[in-house]
Design a protein around this ligand. Sequence first.
Ligand code: ADP
Length: 372
Amino acid sequence: MSRVLVLNCGSSSVKYRLYDGETIRAKGTVERVGEPGGGPADHETAVRQILDGLDLAGLDAVGHRVVHGGRRFTQPVEIDDAVFTAIEELVPLAPLHNPANLAGIRVAREALPDVPQVAVFDTAFHHTLPEAAATYAIDRETARRYDIRRYGFHGTSHAYVSKRTAELLDRPYGELNTITLHLGNGASACAVEGGRSVATSMGMSPLEGLVMGTRSGDLDPTIIFHLRREAGMAVDQIDDLLNHRSGLLGLTGVNDMREVLARRADGDAAAALAFDVYRRRITGYVGAYYALLGRVDAITFTAGVGEHSPEVRAASLAGLERLGVAVDPARNEGSGDRVISPDGAEVAVCVIGTDEEREIARETRAVVADHH
Ligand code: ADP
């Protein structure tokens, strides 16, 4: 059980990795899927191109990233027709994500009918959220009927980096309380208590919580009614505005944090404000999760911004010395998986490179080993 292909179909890209054990044999990303000018017409075409270009002899399994597992999927599962249908039934909860994931699954099952295929859900790690964390304070019957609750996302990443944090600190995972900050294009925070997700910032969809590359994160829902009533915007337009044209992009015109930081350094006021909005949101979540956990052993930064931006890390945790949280400037500038808090700090601040594909490969292997 060693050769595993991982497929991660995002909204406009497909990432793939072919593993032989822990060794990567092939990897790549097909970008601009479905966009005019260039890229493949759709996800099906992109996945077919990828499969055609790989030597898949002796392949043991395919692991698919699936964004929304709803209430039904609390762990990875081998995909059969019933599972495929169940993922399709979750499309209304994740209209921007699950269709792309399903396209990849459909093509891979057709092309590799004898190879077991496993779905690994972004939501699954958060199935341990206490009811009080998962429940929105709205009419209970309406919420039940429409599956409205906090599901949480980026679970594969939060699980991976919280485990790696315990390894890095040489502490038992089951005893460690960690706040993980996944700051990529999408961004979310998670409170992990003894290996269990007990709070997370993304909600029913990935729109809630932190400021992201193109998503607003938290806002007053009245903004949506206001845009509908006063601006006459259609619901789909508002959905597009908040998911694709907000966040750093909405505030500055660019969604890449590197560009925001460069403009801020040049004295650009919009970039400076965006940076402050972004880091203030993170500080607020760190404080909230600190209060919920009661005791925090570690705060871990990961993903594009979290791994590579010392400015964002320092600014997000500035002023928290009274909570035992501090960042050592020299360590903050370093590289690799490491602790960046000063020696003897009450809370270990860590930087860890996330690796969702490797974690998906591992979980895929575990599911197939159980079943075959
Ligand atoms: P995704 O969420 O799409 O997987 P990543 O985790 O790779 O994306 O994060 C992508 C984001 O990371 C980019 O949009 C960019 O803003 C940010 N990023 C990458 N490198 C740096 C860096 N050196 N400094 C600041 N931000 C960075």
